[in-house]
Design a protein. Structure first.
Ligand code: UT7
Length: 364
């Protein structure tokens, strides 16, 4: 995982909008969030998270087959943020694309990658959830600006003969609720104009109450469905990793499933809602804290704009091979060399373009 260094507390926000720590904590459970500095972007956070995830395995950048970046705050419309990550890692053989399913995106992306591995078309994939939502927030709107934060989390999936991994997945959507949570302008429906900018249509617009109602309906049911499709029972699940949007939504899911809160990973207090990055960040923290061990059955469950929602049951499997220190050093060097590789590829493309241009003119 990777989060920006800069922390913004509720007290800090109370200096810029009419809010207070008591309201934010009691309504959401959020105490602080991490906000990207001017040189940090969705791609830079994603690259850091991906490199750290890769460091848990014996894979090197040239071994990577596929990179999926789930994000709602991509670096550009295109090229895909995943391609920037591919270049920054020096993953010369990898396919790369972005996936847009708002806060549910990481679950969708993990399932897509797992199915590609199962089909035999690839051997491994890096799946990343990365967001810089702070760039899309109306910092004058207290109903949204207190909720969101920036960050990235990543996981490496590899083909294996061992049992476990992704067991089942439920992916759902309901586009009739699209306007409940959106960034209305900047796309083909409302291209950027002076008016769209003045009306702040390029920032997050949300009907919080309706999204809350929808979330409390789907969290428990999607979890149950994913568990039943996996052939497990609720009692087999050691930990649930929910999307971190609001502590009260997680508590409602716990009540719906009749589970104690200690079965849920909760870190919203420190990060706010990082959209599609929230599940992988929570997962990384749970692994780091020793709450996830090989063989554990887990459920990831999320919901968000679209509307989308989903849940995924998995059995945690540790990497077959871990990198030895020499390999780790080699991999760091390779990632460092990726900058040079990228630079020389650009220079080469330019020279080739000039030579080709000359040759084409010569044939006329
Ligand atoms: O990743 C998925 C994305 N989003 C979500 O999951 C969000 C789901 N929704 C929620 O989490 C909650 O609806 C919110 C946290 C957004 C809002 O909580 P709420 O309990 O539904 O509050 P509310 O919208 O009903 O607002 C209650 C009051 C209002 O004042 P009045 O009209 O009762 O006088 C708001 O204007 O709280 C006011 N309010 C605030 N007060 C202080 C709204 N935002 C703030 C604020 N500070 N930041």
């Amino acid at each position: 995982m990777a989060v920006p260094e800069k922390v913004v507390t509720n007290e800090d926000l109370a200096q810029i909008v009419d809010t207070n720590d008591e309201w934010i904590v009691s309504r959401t459970g959020i105490h602080q969030r991490h906000i990207a500095g001017k040189d940090e972007t969705t791609a830079s956070l994603a690259t850091k998270a991906a490199a750290r995830a890769m460091a848990m395995t014996a894979l090197e950048p040239p071994d990577i087959d596929l990179i999926i970046v789930s994000t709602s705050t991509p670096e550009h419309f295109f090229p895909a943020t995943a391609c920037l990550v591919q270049d920054a890692l020096g993953a010369g053989r990898a396919g790369a694309f972005d996936l847009s399913a708002a806060c549910t995106g990481f679950i969708y992306a993990l399932n897509m990658a797992a199915q590609s591995i199962r089909s035999g078309s690839i051997r491994n994939a890096i799946v990343i959830g990365s967001e810089t939502l702070s760039r899309m927030i109306n910092w004058e709107d207290r109903t949204t600006c207190v909720l969101f934060g920036d960050g990235a989390g990543a996981i490496v999936l590899e083909a294996s003969e061992r049992p476990g991994g992704i067991l089942s997945c439920v992916m759902r959507s309901d586009g009739s609720g699209g306007e409940l949570l959106s960034i209305p302008a900047g796309g083909s429906r409302y291209p950027t104009t002076v008016e769209t900018l003045q009306r702040k249509m390029h920032t997050i617009h949300m009907n919080g109450k309706e999204v809350y109602r929808f979330a409390t309906h789907v969290m428990a049911s999607a979890t149950r469905e994913a568990i039943s499709r996996s052939g497990l029972r609720l009692s087999d699940i050691s930990l649930i990793i929910p999307h971190q949007a609001n502590l009260r939504i997680i508590e409602a899911a716990a009540r719906g499933l009749k589970l104690p809160m200690d079965k849920f990973v909760v870190n919203i207090g420190n990060y706010g809602n990082t959209s599609t990055a929230s599940i992988p960040i929570a997962m990384c923290e749970a692994v780091g804290a020793g709450r996830i061990r090989p063989g554990d059955n887990l459920v990831m469950v999320g919901f968000g704009g679209g509307l989308t929602w989903g849940a995924l049951a998995l059995q945690w499997v540790e990497p077959e091979k871990r990198a030895r220190p020499a390999l780790r050093r080699r991999r760091s060097i390779l990632i460092w060399l990726a900058h040079l590789r990228s630079f020389f590829r650009r220079v080469y493309r330019r020279i080739e373009g000039v030579l080709w241009g000359g040759r084409e003119r010569g044939t006329k």
